[in-house]
Structures are given as C-alpha cells and as structure tokens.
Design a protein around this ligand. Structure first.
Ligand code: HEM
Length: 149
C-alpha cells in the first residue's frame, strides 16, 4: 500500500460523502420541500443546511488536500495541461465552485440576500447544474485515472 493509494481512498470517500449529500438534496429533499408553504420550505432548507454544511466543508477540504497531494506526487502542474489532463481540471473546477458556495456564499448568506432561496425553481436548478458537473467529474475522473482518455 503506497501513500498515493491511501490518499486516493480518502479522496474517493470524501467525494462520496459530499456529492452523495448533494445528490440527496437535489433529487429528494428540495423537490419535497418545494411542495411546502414558502416559510416552512425555507425553514426546512436551513435546518438541513445547518446539519450538512459543516460536513460538506470537511469533505471538500479533505478532497482538496488529498487531490493536491496526489497531484504533487504524480507529476504536479504539468498534469493540468488541458490536452491530456482536462479531467483533473474538471475536478478542480467543481472543487472551486463548491468551495466558493460553502466558504463564501453561505457564510455571507448570499442565497437569502440575493433572493435566490425564495425562488424554488431557480434554487433547484442551481443545485441540479452543480450536481451534473460533479457527476461528470466523477465519471471522467474514474475513466481518466485508468488512462481511458
Ligand atoms: C482540488 C481539487 C482536486 C484535485 C487536485 C484532484 C486531483 C485528483 C488526482 C491527482 C487524482 C488521481 C488521478 C490518478 O489516479 O492518476 C484524482 C482522482 C479522482 N478524483 Fe479528484 N481531485 C480534485 C477534486 C475532485 C472532485 C471535486 C471530484 C468529484 C466531484 C473528484 C473525483 C475524483 C475521482 C472519481 C477520481 C478517480 C478515482 C479512481 O477511480 O481511481 N476529484 N483526483
């Protein structure tokens, strides 16, 4: 067992923890909450957020640390060249978007201040778009890691 193997296992576990939560929110909880009266809907979203946001922050940090560490071990920035490392760039893009949401937008309460949380359709669409991008990163990452591209 090498350091790389252990980092990869932690990386994958973090991604499962974090994107699994995003999947549940997007495909089950938000559609369920969207049937409630507006005030109760927002309360339920914030209750869930209160429980999951810190978990997601830890998982995002773990995925980022292990990802950068593996990158360092296996070739560094040279692997990020679009022509052959685009699937790692896609992971990085997903990571940056979620980190911005979790560490900047949410602590500043931007979804509430901009009125986004009050719009059920748009709020769900944003989650669905981020989920689709994250699933694409997982799909392409699993193939890319085995030299499939
Ligand atoms: C800072 C952000 C990230 C960096 C630097 C990074 C980097 C890496 C590296 C270097 C590998 C190993 C590739 C290899 O085996 O040669 C890897 C694997 C992988 N990463 Fe990331 N990653 C990041 C974020 C993410 C995110 C956000 C996701 C998914 C949403 C993701 C999903 C995966 C998957 C599925 C694998 C392949 C696992 C396997 O089947 O072997 N990574 N990542």
């Amino acid at each position: 067992m090498t350091t790389f193997n252990i980092l990869l296992a932690i990386h994958v576990l973090s991604v499962v923890w974090w994107i699994g939560g995003v999947f549940t929110v997007t495909t089950s909880l938000l559609p369920m909450f969207n049937r409630l009266p507006q005030l109760e809907r927002i309360q339920r979203i914030q209750q869930f957020e209160g429980r999951f946001a810190n978990q997601a922050r830890i998982a995002v940090l773990l995925a980022g640390i292990t990802g950068c560490w593996m990158l360092g071990i296996s070739g560094g920035f040279a692997r990020l060249q679009l022509a052959f490392g685009w699937w790692i760039d896609l992971m990085l893009l997903v990571w940056v978007l979620f980190a911005l949401m979790l560490f900047v937008a949410e602590p500043l309460r931007l979804p509430a201040k901009t009125g986004l949380i009050q719009k059920p359709g748009k709020f769900l669409a944003l989650h669905a778009a981020l989920l689709a991008l994250a699933l694409a990163a997982i799909f392409c990452g699993a193939i890319g890691a085995r030299g499939g591209f």
